[in-house]
Design a binder for this molecule. Structure first.
Ligand SMILES: Nc1ncnc2c1ncn2[C@@H]1O[C@H](COP(=O)(O)OP(=O)(O)OP(=O)(O)O)[C@@H](O)[C@H]1O
Ligand SMILES: [Mg+2]
Length: 479
């Protein structure tokens, strides 16, 4: 397909330079011919290659992207602007996003350090999570389809192989074989299962592995047999390539790359959480190993994979709701045992009905509490003391099967700190005490629980002290 000359007019857009000329599409910078229509942000036009010799996949992918991109919103996708129809002049005009594709970091002469890898990974995971919350799975995440903006946030591109639960899956109907890019495609995609959000987590795992080691965990297979390898094969641990990598990073990467989706993170928010809190990653054998599994183990996995039936997974949004990040705000000042007890009961109940949920226990110290001493050393002592308190509080909780972490935040405005924490970590459920004392006052003043319930981006459970406990207290005091 010939490149369009700068200055060419297409359907009211003036074409500027070509940004990308690939096998599937050309991308141009464009502007509205009429200044009056300027949307206030730069534009890019994607024109699929559709001359004789280009595959039918190009046309189907174009249709898929045309269906899905306008349905998506938020800071992690380019804004859709206009489209030309398939028969006359197929094109999509969208927001041009300033940034570097992830390929840029892979092309650098030196591998990024663990902190940078975690930053890039968390940005990708949060972007994927935003897509999943909209019931869309990308299914073609790879370095060329991820843009990192100057502020560090990620924007996902290229929805030609994606699927969206609200629209018919044209690709599932058209092609019954694997659809995706061989190096990054998840095992379940290899056998034709589309729409599992954990497939995107696998692809992010492949990119993290590449960033960490410069190698592809499963190579770039060209045959069906080569592709199927990932159904049973465990890649060499990243630390075998690069011993200076921390165990927590290897633990995270190998969890993303688990052959069975159920053994990966249940949602991309969980992955982002671990990448943002490396100190609290529970390191298992996965993070410590220095070699891949033995031949015998691989043989067992191969046999298991051969007989495996892949279950259709729930809608992305439902899957996220089934395994939310649960946050509990544990007070430390002026707090009764009954409140702490009731809070713990509420957390136990919430976790009990959500097997994959992770728990973040949070305490906010206000500067008055932390400035009890001037020296920095005693501040860390105070921090440690509160961490220990949190752990002690959580100790009776039945936590088997749940990841748990403890966080001591410092902020003057407790309510705001809790809301920000919930936003930043994509918390699905927040539990906090209702502060039932002073109820009369709450009509007039915005107390912390009231403000949090109003402003938090998630479901909030306000826990009152439970009656049985009060009664017990009553008996004890002889009432
Ligand atoms: N909206 C955009 N803003 C900025 N850059 C973009 C945008 N869309 C695409 N690009 C650039 O163009 C490249 C290719 O875009 P895209 O992934 O959508 O096309 P493609 O179908 O993969 O093309 P091919 O397979 O032929 O490479 C991206 O890696 C990115 O560098
Ligand atoms: Mg692409």
């Amino acid at each position: 397909m010939k490149l369009l000359e700068p200055g060419t007019e297409v359907d009211g857009f003036v074409v500027r330079e070509c940004i990308h000329a690939g096998g599937m599409a050309h991308i141009y910078a464009v502007e509205y011919a009429s200044r009056a229509r300027d949307p206030g942000f730069p534009l890019a036009m994607k024109i699929p290659r559709m001359t004789a010799g280009d595959g039918a996949e190009n046309i189907v992918s174009f249709e898929v992207e045309l269906q899905i991109l306008p349905a998506l919103s938020g800071p992690h996708v380019p804004r859709f602007v206009a489209a030309g129809d398939l028969l006359h002049l197929p094109y999509i005009v969208m927001e041009y996003v300033h940034g570097q594709t992830l390929q840029h970091w892979l092309d650098l002469p030196e591998r990024p350090d663990a902190a940078r890898i975690a930053q890039l990974g968390a940005a990708m995971a949060l972007a994927a999570h935003s897509l999943h919350q909209q019931n869309c799975c990308h299914l073609d995440l790879k370095p060329g389809n991820v843009l990192i903006k100057p502020d560090g946030g990620a924007v996902l591109l290229d929805f030609g192989l994606s699927c969206h639960a609200h629209y018919p899956d044209l690709l599932a109907e058209e092609m019954r074989k694997a659809v995706g890019s061989p190096a990054w495609i998840a095992p379940e995609q290899v056998v034709g299962v589309r729409g599992d959000l954990r497939s995107d987590i696998f692809a992010i795992g492949v990119m993290l592995y590449e960033l960490a080691t410069g190698e592809l965990p499963f190579g770039a297979p060209t045959t069906q047999g080569g592709l199927r390898q990932r159904l049973w094969m465990t890649p060499p641990p990243p630390r075998a390539h690069r011993p200076d990598l921390p165990e927590w990073l290897q633990e995270i990467i190998l969890r993303c790359l688990e052959a069975e989706a159920a053994n990966r993170y249940p949602s991309a928010a969980h992955l982002a959480f671990d990448l943002a809190n490396p100190g609290q990653v529970a390191i298992t054998e996965r993070g410590q190993r220095t070699q891949g599994p033995s031949l015998g183990k691989h043989l067992k996995r191969w046999v298991k994979a051969a007989g495996m039936h892949y279950q259709p997974s729930p809608l992305p949004k439902n899957q996220i709701e089934q395994a939310p990040i649960v946050m509990v705000a544990v007070p430390h000042e002026d707090v009764q045992d009954a409140t702490l007890y009731s809070l713990r009961e509420a957390v136990a109940r919430s976790l009990g009905i959500r097997p994959g949920a992770r728990l973040a226990c949070v305490t906010v110290l206000s500067p008055s509490a932390s400035s009890t001493s001037d020296s920095e050393r005693s501040e860390t002592t105070l921090h440690r003391m509160h961490l220990a308190r949190l752990k002690q509080w959580a100790q009776p909780l039945p936590l088997a099967g749940h990841s748990v972490s403890y966080h001591v935040l410092e902020a003057g405005d407790v309510g705001q700190a809790l809301v920000r924490y919930a936003e930043g970590n994509r918390v699905g459920l927040m539990i906090l005490g209702a502060a039932t004392h002073g109820l009369q006052l709450q009509r007039f003043i915005d107390t912390v629980p009231i403000r949090v319930a109003r402003d938090a981006p998630c479901t909030v459970i306000l826990v009152k002290q439970q009656l049985p406990f009060n009664q017990l207290q009553g008996h004890a005091s002889g009432e």
